[in-house]
Design a protein around this ligand. Sequence first.
Ligand code: AMP
Length: 409
Amino acid sequence: MPEEVRVWQYIEKTIRDVCDMFGYSEIRVPIFEHTEVFQRGIGETTDIVEKEMYTFTDKGGRSVTLRPEGTAAVVRAYLEHKLYGKYPLAKLYYMGPMFRYERPQAGRYRQFHQFGVEALGSSSPYIDAEVIDMASTLYTSLGIRDFEIKLNTIGCPKCRPAYQSALRAALSDKLERLCKNCRNRYERNPMRILDCKEDVCKELTENVDGIDEYLCDECMVHFTKVKECLDSLGINYTEDKRLVRGFDYYTKTVFEIVYKGLGAQDAIGGGGRYDGLVEEYGGPHTPAVGFAAGLERVILTLKQSGNLPEIVDELDVYIACIGEDITTTAFSLVSSLRRKGISAEMDYSGKSLKSQMKSANKLGARYVVILGPDEIQKGYVLVKAMSTGEQDEVALKGLEEYIASKKRV
Ligand code: AMP
């Protein structure tokens, strides 16, 4: 609805400003892609691919999917347009609707909106920290204060298999007691068990080791440096060894931003490094890192914390007509004001002066011009400043200039 859209536009503008500051350029990827784009990138054994995609066969017999997230599509576009040849480090952002067939509840919808960034082409831990800094700057700029940044590393294909084996061994005698989903995850994707929201699974995995002891040197050094960078920027975070995120493409750093007041769906954003994804699609080795924020949850957070901005419509001038026969004169005046960049409105339904004044108020008009046969004859109009009630007599010819000069102040 229009009044909600105003809040969305404010959020989108803030996002664009932050992106400009951090050097990200917008990319617009399609709303749907070949199903394979998501299957391959996100991973066959993830919840999204197994259960949550809106997948259809089109009239040409092709399987297409409404995008459930942005990264896979950005990587597809990055390769198709050979951006690796153009930019040593491609810093891209996107914003728009995503679709997941999940059980709808507060903060979880089947069509929702994400803003996301992807930095492709660098393995530096500084970029991980920069992306987290950007996320943090964004939430702060939007007026969100009490968010928490959860941070973890999930290793890389070199060191992760050993941890996965250790995890299976540690959970083998508990397998029967895990929830159905986690029993499925046990062989195919055991780290996802750590992320399960079922109480029984949380309890059963409470004391299992984190990945730390299994990390290879490279992953260990990388994680230490990311933390040092965040410390140097004074960004607070909590290490959470259970944080694994729901996508197969992540390597090394993963993070999530939560706002505790939101209840069960408390993640307002999340991201991580994905050093192998571009190669997975057949491209050159391109280490990358990204982040996505859920905009509905950002709005819920702003509402919850009483920080939702009240954005009111603004109108420069309302032309109130006395008598219907001056409608045509008013009509051309409104049009010429608009052409000068002054927003203007009038009434076409022959309302009384009193109800025109009411309309002007409702529309948030800063000035009302009263225009009647006498005014037209004299060539002077009465201009009323709505905030102070002050009135000025202004030459009709100089009206645009008068309003424009007020607009500039
Ligand atoms: P993800 O792509 O799963 O990492 O999600 C990134 C962010 O998008 C989450 O932190 C949420 O804020 C938001 N999000 C994910 N799924 C949904 C959904 N079904 N409805 C609303 N927001 C969502």
